[in-house]
Each structure stands twice: as C-alpha cells, then as structure tokens.
Design a protein around this ligand. Structure first.
Ligand code: PLP
Length: 409
C-alpha cells in the first residue's frame, strides 16, 4: 500500500473554528430566534471596488478577441502589474525593490506555506504566540517539528510570547533561530511594530544569517505615519527578509485571489556543500515548476488598485473597516473592558474582563449578547485571557453588537 506523509498525523485536530461553530449551533438550537452577530470572522464583507470590477470586465472582453486573448502568462506575473507594485508599494516608500523581485500569486496563505519548499529541513524556526496558524501547521506538514504537547505547542519550534506586558512585540531571542515569522500589523492582536523593533530583528537576522518571513497582509490598515508598511523600509532588510502581501484585505480579494511575495536578489541561503545560494533563483524555479500564474483577468483587477480611482476606493474601503474598529474600541472601553489593536489593524484584541478564560468570555458573550468572537487561546497558549473581535462587518452589525455589550460586563 502507498504510504502517507506521517507528519500530517502530528497536526492537532482543527479545533478553533469547528469548536466555535459547535457552540454557536448548540446555542441556536436551544434559542432559534437569537439574533446572532458574528464578529469572529477574518473575511471581508464589503464588495469589490468598482475600479477592480471594471478592469476585470474589460479583461473578460480582451479574452473574447483573438488579438487580445491571453493563454498562459508568465509564472511570475505580468510585468505591468509587477512594475506598478514595485513603484507604488515599495519605491515610493524608499524601498529598493525591483519589479523582477516581485512574484504574483493566488494568495499569501499559499505562499507562506510554499516558501518552505526552498528551505532545508534542519532550520530552527521561531513563531510568535499567539500566531496565524498557517505558519505553524505548514512546518508540521513539512516535518520541521516534533509532536504536539499538552499546551498545544509543537516540540522543536521556538515560541515567542506576545502580550500586553511586552506591547505585543516579541523579545529578540537569545538563541540562534534560522527562520522567523513576523506578521505586522498583526493577526490576531492588531499590534504593529515600530521601526526600531523591526531594525532590531533585521540586525539579529543579519548577525545570525537568519531569514525573516514578513507577512504584511494588513499594511494598508496602518494609520500611524511612523509605522513602517514594509520590512524593506528597514536598513539591511534586503539581505535577510522575504515579504508577503495580499490584495485580500485592502481590496476585498479574499474570494478573487491575488497576492505577491517579494524575494530580493540579494538574499542567500546555505547549501549542504557550504556554498551560498540565491533564494530568488530557487523561488523562481519553484514557481515556474509548480505554478502557472494568476489569471489575466484577476491580475487586471489587481492592477486597477493602483489607478487613481482604485487608490481612492481601496482607501475608502479600509477607512470603512477602521471606523468599525474605532466604534468597537470606543464602546468596549466605555464598558470598562481593556482593548488593544484596532488602530492600525482591523482586529481589536480584548483582555477578557473579570479574569475570565477566553472560552468563558466566548460563552458569556454568546449567551448574554448573542455576539460571536474568537477566543484568543485558539491562536496559541499566550492568547489565553484574550479575545479577538474583527472589524470586518457591516456598520449596522457592529453598532448593534456594541449596543448589546454595553452594560453587560
Ligand atoms: C488574511 C491573511 C492573509 C492573506 O491570505 P490570502 O491567502 O492572500 O487571502 C495572510 N496572512 C494573514 C495573517 C492573514 O490574516
């Protein structure tokens, strides 16, 4: 019989979202008319910007004419899209990133997992706790960890706790780690990293020959002008960092699918034989072999984000969610609850009141307010005692949910 990848058996059962669904379903079964509002999801709710839709409609027309029809495109993405990204997302912020260092893909989630293809199996790997689960599970699948422990952590990974005491920015490790996952603005905590904090990571990475895997999926939500949008705003980052970006959250592409990964040509890794090898050429080979590019239609939609109309419309979309976040922060604070995040990110990270556990607070919110959020402990042991509320929702739902919470805690 064919054998399987046994590493998959090490994965702890998908617990968080199935357990949320189980508790919500049980409650709805007993209270069928309960007007549940879900503030737990990490998906956007508002429609695609008009500029993107118009560009995609035009692209469909292009596909209907032999003269402008497109078959396979470049695996790395079309030059007209890579060039606009290089110019408007990076060079305009002083980042020395060339269009040829940008790889268009169908999602940051896939890229975060796929990037492990080009790294060896003996790297030590650091993640924050709490963490976006994709970073951890893809390393488990690749055989980079031991088994899962009682507290949900995997043997062999270095966990860096982020909490209110350290301002939700991890301490720089004392030990040497080879790969470091950083996500700023952060999902789930909504925290951001200052230039100084990122500089400390870049200095660490350069001193140890480490690679930082920097997830900037939420950069468009930064409102504080002193906070870097890209790791490449930090001196030396071209020598030590890969950056992941996505159109999912800034332009509502979660169902349309388009993202990008930046692999600078100056990045190197060590071969078993001792030589230094360019990561850019490995990633280029990996993508050309295992990926056939994002559809022409979708890339035209993404390109429209960089037009004047697209910029105005995506800014308005982000501002809409950030007004939701402001309302959530303001109302919870008025209710006497401590909140973090929600200023430069669409997530508000709540300290559960009265010392409630994350799941006890979940139950109380569900039963007394009919509001659903996400228990912080589901993102890692250090998330215990916290709770994530998402600003991705209609204004009406946010206002109503906050009205129900006021006076209940
Ligand atoms: C939503 C999100 C992404 C984007 O993923 P896509 O596959 O591009 O939709 C990446 N990282 C984090 C942490 C996210 O929350």
């Amino acid at each position: 019989m064919a054998t399987i990848n046994d590493n998959y058996l090490k994965l702890k059962a998908g617990y968080l979202f199935p357990e949320i669904a189980r508790r919500v379903n049980a409650f709805v079964e007993a209270n069928s008319d309960a007007p549940i509002i879900k503030l737990g999801i990490g998906d956007v709710t508002e429609p695609l910007p008009e500029a993107c839709r118009d560009a995609m409609i035009q692209a469909v027309q292009d596909m209907g004419d032999r003269g402008s029809f497109k078959g396979y495109g470049p695996e790395q993405g079309y030059d007209w899209l890579r060039g606009k990204i290089a110019q408007q997302d990076f060079q305009s912020r002083g980042c020395d990133i060339d269009a040829s260092e940008i790889f268009i893909s169908d999602g940051s989630k896939c890229d975060c997992g796929n990037i492990l293809d080009i790294f060896g199996d003996n790297n030590s790997i650091a993640v924050t706790d709490p963490v976006y689960p994709v970073y951890v599970d893809t390393n488990v699948m690749a055989g980079h960890t031991g088994t899962v422990k009682e507290n949900g952590e995997y043997d062999g990974l270095v966990y860096l706790p982020i909490n209110a005491e350290n301002n939700f920015t991890a301490r720089i490790p004392n030990e040497k780690v080879d790969l470091i996952y950083l996500c700023f603005p952060n999902n789930p905590t909504g925290a951001v990293a200052t230039k100084e904090h990122l500089q400390a990571w870049v200095n660490y990475a350069r001193a140890h020959g480490s690679i930082i895997l920097f997830d900037a999926a939420y950069e468009a939500f930064i409102t504080d002008p002193t906070i870097p949008h890209s790791i490449y705003e930090i001196e030396g980052a071209r020598e030590c960092a890969i950056e992941f970006r996505s159109f999912s959250k800034n332009a509502g592409f979660t169902g349309t699918r388009c993202a990008l990964t930046v692999v600078p040509k100056s990045l190197k890794g060590k071969a078993a034989g001792g030589s230094d090898v360019e990561l850019h050429s490995l990633w280029n080979r990996r993508q050309s072999t295992k990926f056939n590019g994002v559809s022409y239609i979708v890339q035209r939609g993404a390109e429209a984000v960089y037009s004047a109309e697209g910029q105005a419309q995506t800014k308005a979309l982000v501002a809409f969610y950030m007004e939701n976040a402001r309302i959530i922060r303001e109302q919870l604070t008025a209710a006497g609850i401590s909140v973090y995040g929600g200023i430069n990110a669409p997530y508000v990270w709540v300290k559960t009141p009265d010392g409630l556990s994350s799941w006890d607070f979940f139950d109380k919110l569900l039963h007394t307010c009919n509001v659903v959020g996400t228990p912080g402990s589901g993102f890692g042991a250090a998330g215990e005692g916290y709770f994530r509320i998402s600003a991705f929702n209609s204004r009406e739902n946010v206002v109503e949910a906050m009205k129900r919470i006021t006076g209940k805690f």
